[in-house]
Structure formats: C-alpha cells, structure tokens
Ligand binder design. Structure first.
Ligand code: GCW
Length: 711
C-alpha cells in the first residue's frame, strides 16, 4: 500500500494528539526538562550571549555535548541556536579542549587547566578577537560534558553569566551508583518498578533508557556504576553475561561512566545444587580459597576475559562473609587476603576492588555496632593500593539516623569509600517525601577528630586527611523502570543530591534543594520557597516519627517499611527490634557506654567521652548509646518519656504541614505531578501516624506513663 504525504501527516497528527503520556511532565526528564525561561531580562542576556554554539573537535562524547547544549539552550531560550565549527561575528558559547579547539588553545588556559585534572572544567566569559564569548574549557571531553551540564544548570537557575568565572573539579575521584538489581529484574530494596537492565533482551536489544540513564548520571558527574546486586549471582561473569555487560559498558562509556560488577567470592566453585543458594559458583573448582593457586589462576583468566570485552572495566564490588555470602573467612583467610587476590588480578588493567565492610558476625562481639570496626581496623595497611574498603555511613545499617561508623578516621592506610543509600529502605520507601541531603551532610560534616579538630568524614573520604591514593563515594541507587525513574517524584531529588555531593561535598542541602526545585518543578520564587521549606526538614521529621532520640532498627521485619518494636523472635537476635531498643520498666535504649558494650570507645576523643556520658551525649544519639531512665531529664527539660512523645508528634505534624503547603501549590504545579505528590503525602501522613501510635503504644507498656496532650 502506498501512503500519500497527506495520509502520513494525518497519522502523525492522530498519534500526537492521543499520546499525552509523552507529556513533558511525567517526570521522565528529571531535572533536564529545559522549560523555556520566563524572566525577560535574563532571557535577553542569555539570547545575546548565545547566538551560536561553537564546538571544535570530534568524538562520541563531543557529539553528546553538541546535542545536549543545543537541546538545552533552544529549550530554555525558546530560540534556534545553531552549532558552528568556527566563531562568527556575534557572541557565542565556545566549547573545547586545548588539543582540539583552536580558540581555546589561543586563549592559553593551560596553567589553570592543569589544576583541573581529567574531569574538571572552566566556564568563563572572555573576548575572542573582540567578540564576547562564554567558554567551557577542559582537559578531556568528559570535562566538557560536565562543564556543559553545569552551564545548563546555571541557566536553569537563572544565574547571570556576565563575568562568569568558574573553576570546578570533583573532590572525589570515584563517584558511583551501586544497583542492588537482580537477574530477574527484581531490585533488592527497590521501590520504583523493575530493574532498568533487561538481561534477557541484551545484548541484541539495547533499550534507549540505558542512554538516558547514563545522561542523567553524567549531568551530575557520576562516573561509575555497579549494575548488579551485592548479593551477587555469579552468572554475571559467564561469557554469555559478559557479552551483555559489554553492551551496557559501550553505552555508558561516552558519558564518562565505567561499569563495575558485584561478584560472588565463591565464583570459581561448581554451581550450587540449589539455585537460590548464596554459595556456589560458575567454575569447576573444589575451593575458592584465595591462596590456592588454581583459584588465583581462575580469577586471572576470568578478569582477562572481562577486559577483552570491556577494556575500561572498573572492577569488582564485593560483599563477602556477610549475611550468608561466601568469603575468604570460609577458608580461614582474612578480608585482606581475599581482597588482595582480586586486586592483584585487576591491577594490570587498572581495575579496582571495592570490598564492603558491612559485616556483623555475632561471634566477634555481642554488640552488632562494634563488629565492622573490630574486624577491619586491625587490617589497616594490609590491603593493596587498588582496594577500597567501602563502609556505610553508620555502624548498623542505613537507619533513619545513626552516629557515624567509627571506621572513618580509623583506617589511615586504607582508602575508605563511603556508601550512602539513596533508595529509602528504612525511610519510607518511595511513599514518603524525605530529602536525604541533610542526613548525608550530617555524616560528611561530622568531625571525627581522628587527627584533631577538622578531621571531618568528608576529609577522610576525599583523601585530604590521610592522603589516600584514591577516593570514592557510592550511593545505592533508587532507580527503576517506573516512568519517573524513582517512584516518588521527590525521590529524584535524592539521586540528584547524591550526585551533587559526590562532586562537591561542600554544597549545602539548601543550595541543592533549590537547584533541584528550579530545574524540576518551578522557577517561581514563592513556589521554590515553599517546596524548599517542605524538603529541608523532611528527614528530621522522618527520624522523629520513626526512630527519634537514637532509637533504631524497630521496623517491620523483612519489609522494612512500618513499625514493629515488638519483634522479638528471629533466627538472629540482631535482626529483632527488642535487641536494639531494650525497653524495660526502668527505661529505654542500648547501653553502649563503658558500662555497657563500650562501643563508645571506638570513637576518637572528645566524642568518646561525650558519647560515653549520658549528661553529654547529644539527645539525637541518646538511646543509641545509653539505656536512659524514663524520667531522665533531656536537654529540653522534658523527661525522656515526654520528649519521646513530643518527638513522635512533631514528626507527624511536620508531614501534616507538608501536605498543607503542597495543597497551596495546586495552581503552580502541573496537575499530574501535583496529584501524584498529594496522594503520596496522604499516605505518608497516615503511615507516620501509625509509626507514632504503634511505637508510643508499645513503649507505654514499659514506661507506664500517660501520653501528654499536644496541639
Ligand atoms: O540492610 C541490609 C539490607 C539488605 C542488603 C544489605 C547489604 C543487599 O536489608 O537488603 O543486601 O543491607 O547492604 O548488603
């Protein structure tokens, strides 16, 4: 059948009119919707400055830069912005490296550029032969990509570019996402639909979303991703899966993103007879002992095979001897011996090992909070220099609030990679609006006193405190195949915040929230203010309605959403709630002071003493470190019981207030996103009240005190 042009046009018209789901506001475009600016003064400035884009040079990455900047500027300015290869007579945006762009070369920025390393960039307003230009210069194409996204961010935030002069480079070298994605596309602790990776379609079919994922990460400077769950299936290292991984690595590469894989330590073994077992491998050996020559050979060959397909492969992420995963201790070898075997095999290719410190063997100490420190600190200095020890922010497990993991500062000879959790396993899944930047900042800004004052966690992980040879940070991803990527529209802000802090941990939560709101939701100052005021206190509120005053691990078993303080029977004591809160007729909390488990001794002075004494322990951590009496006098002057009731109540009240504020924005936010958030907030309010009522009802059985009235 032959179709006339008229027919084709009619079909196109029909398709366009019945496909509102491709609307710009379904959340798919994240913080990159590039809606036209409406402030006429700033629009005029930008239009004058960007009459064209000049990009000299050619590479896949530069192709992406070209496309992004054109799309971004045209969207934001609502005008055509041609891409040229040489500067014309009117003001332009000039993008290039000195090796590929003559304009940049002639500007002679070499001194400044050398300070910016591989990923850094320069954005500056200059004159080129009398013509005003804004330039983005970098040493590598990937720096230009980061610089371009940064410029677009400035424009989206309406910042004036007159006399702009920005030097930017990441403070941390490895900025990674860790996906806990399984082979069957389920995502452990994922709340945004199935995994993005369609393993059964790969390598033949390449979902366009892989590219969009890479683009979103690149827009933040995220430069690596471990694509599969740390509870790893060894199948990812079979030839069949290496071919699939290669396709992902090829998509990610021009965006500056390296692929990492989580491995199972027992991979050289024969497959386990039970497919669901965490043991077993993909080989034919009888042992996975890291000192066994056959095992070492097996890994060398496997790694060679991987690099033949993926020459810039990042390396391995390893969960070993943790929660039933095999590891070197199965053969009486240490974590260092296990990690070193892999590191040696990866080193010739520039690969690294990320070895997780999330271990809590009950034989090590009766207090779970102490175990990782006790196992890892004695190994400091024994790891090869291409190994990171990766630790969660707190000593237990991504609880709503934890004091920092005392490992930070205590391993000066081992690069520590900070592991944060973007997905809200313990913070209301994708049902609650909880902006996590303030939590991460609390951790990053915490002064460990490892080398006296000014020894913040941020300085441990950016390497400046101990001169680490490499530096890294990882976030457990909250992405999935939901159209809006993260389930909750506001969960996108956590992905965003992670990336921004990984690049520059000095940014404040307020700055990050404001950027995200302007780029995603609205540029109206009143709306920005209101939404920001919702986001900024949302984490503290969640702590209050879930686990105030240092309570922890009292959530519903397994599912980790609602409260279950009564949970007492499990195969492991340290999976119950009663193990952690220790409520009795005297009081509440886990005594980790020197009269209890003495976990406080793992911190540097003065924290050691401050945490140890109930009088000086901050209220935020009181029940983490102390078993306090119900009538203990808090810093507020209230008794513990009254303060507990108060905190649970103000937590719920905050959610009510967020809901009220959101309602006032109805006319400012597009209807789909407005009602999406409105529904989520209603659920959050209901479930926050369940947390409060369940926990207070339960603890009241011990305190035997009345719940005071609050209005
Ligand atoms: O908190 C626990 C989670 C597990 C997770 C584990 C870990 C991937 O409940 O789902 O397993 O942490 O970090 O290894």
């Amino acid at each position: 059948m032959k179709l006339s042009l008229q027919h084709v046009l009619i079909v196109i018209l029909i398709v366009v009119s019945v496909c509102p789901m491709i609307s710009a506001d379904d959340g798919y475009n994240l913080w990159m919707s590039y809606r036209k600016l409406d402030d006429s003064a700033i629009l005029k400035e930008y239009k004058q400055a960007f009459s064209s884009i000049v990009i000299e040079g050619d590479s896949e990455t530069l192709g992406i830069v070209r496309e992004e900047v054109k799309k971004g500027l045209e969207g934001l300015l609502g005008a055509d912005v041609p891409v040229l290869s040489t500067l014309s007579k009117s003001a332009a945006l000039v993008i290039g490296t000195s090796s590929q762009s003559q304009v940049i070369q002639e500007l002679n920025f070499s001194n400044e550029l050398t300070l910016l390393g591989r990923d850094g960039f320069l954005i500056r307003s200059v004159k080129v032969k009398g013509i005003p230009a804004i330039i983005i210069a970098a040493n590598e194409d990937v720096g230009l990509l980061y610089g371009s996204f940064h410029l677009l961010r400035l424009i989206q935030n309406g910042q004036s570019l007159t006399d702009v002069n920005i030097h930017s480079k990441p403070r941390i070298q490895y900025r990674l996402l860790n996906h806990w994605d399984n082979l069957d596309r389920s995502v452990e602790r994922g709340y945004a639909g199935k995994s993005l990776w369609k393993w059964d379609e790969l390598p033949g079919t390449v979902d366009t979303r892989y590219k969009d994922y890479a683009r979103a990460n690149a827009s933040l400077g995220i430069n690596g991703t471990a694509v599969n769950n740390v509870n790893a299936n060894p199948i990812f290292l079979t030839a069949k899966y290496i071919a699939k991984l290669k396709v992902l690595a090829d998509v990610f590469r021009p965006y500056g993103i390296k692929l990492f894989v989580s491995i199972r330590f027992s991979s050289p073994l024969r497959p386990a007879s039970n497919r669901n077992s965490r043991r077993g491998g993909i080989g034919s050996l009888e042992t996975a002992d890291p000192l066994d020559p056959d095992v070492r050979r097996w890994w060398k060959e496997k790694i060679k095979e991987v690099y033949q397909s993926i020459p810039d492969f990042g390396g391995f992420l390893v969960k070993a001897n943790s929660e039933g995963m095999p590891g070197p201790q199965d053969y009486n070898r240490s974590h260092a011996e296990g990690a070193n075997m892999l590191a040696e095999a990866l080193a010739p290719y520039g690969g690294i090992v990320i070895w997780r410190a999330f271990v809590y063997d009950a034989d090590v100490d009766p207090d779970r909070a102490k175990r990782a420190y006790m196992e890892f600190v004695p190994l400091d200095g024994q790891f090869h220099n291409n190994i990171f020890v990766q630790s969660k922010n707190g000593p237990i497990d991504f609880q709503p609030r934890e004091p920092i993991q005392p490992l930070f500062g205590a391993m000066p000879k081992t690069p520590l990679m900070l592991e944060l959790q973007i997905t809200q396993e313990y913070l209301g899944h994708s049902k609650h609006l909880v902006f996590l930047a303030p939590m991460w900042k609390e951790c990053l800004d915490f002064d460990t006193y490892a080398k006296g004052q000014n020894s913040q966690v941020s300085r441990v992980i950016d390497g400046s405190l101990h001169n680490y040879p490499m530096t890294g940070i990882a976030g457990v991803a909250n992405t999935g195949s939901d159209r809006n990527w993260c389930g909750h529209l506001f969960a996108q802000a956590n992905w965003y915040a992670f990336g921004r802090l990984a690049w520059d941990h000095n940014l404040s939560s307020e700055e990050i929230a404001e950027e995200w709101i302007r780029m995603t939701l609205s540029r109206n100052d009143d709306v920005v203010k209101t939404v920001k005021s919702m986001m900024i206190g949302s984490w503290e509120a969640c702590v209050n309605y879930m686990t105030p005053l240092g309570l922890h691990h009292i959530m519903q078993a397994g599912f980790h959403y609602g409260p279950q303080p009564s949970y007492a029977k499990s195969s492991r004591l340290d999976w119950t709630s009663v193990y952690y809160h220790r409520a009795d007729s005297v009081g509440l909390g886990f005594n980790r002071s020197s009269s209890g488990s003495n976990a406080t001794s793992q911190y540097f002075p003065p924290w050691r003493q401050r945490f140890d004494k109930i009088e000086t322990c901050p209220d935020e951590y009181l029940l983490w470190f102390h078993h306090a009496r119900w009538d203990h006098k808090m810093q507020s002057g209230r008794t513990l019981w009254d303060e507990l009731c108060y905190r649970y109540n103000i937590g719920v009240d905050y959610v009510k207030e967020m809901r009220r504020k959101w309602t006032t924005l109805e006319k400012d936010i597009d209807p789909d996103r407005f009602s999406h958030v409105q529904e989520k907030l209603a659920t959050q309010e209901k479930d926050a009240a369940i947390w409060r009522d369940t926990c207070l009802g339960y603890f009241q059985k011990f305190s035997k005190m009345p719940i005071p009235e609050y209005n």
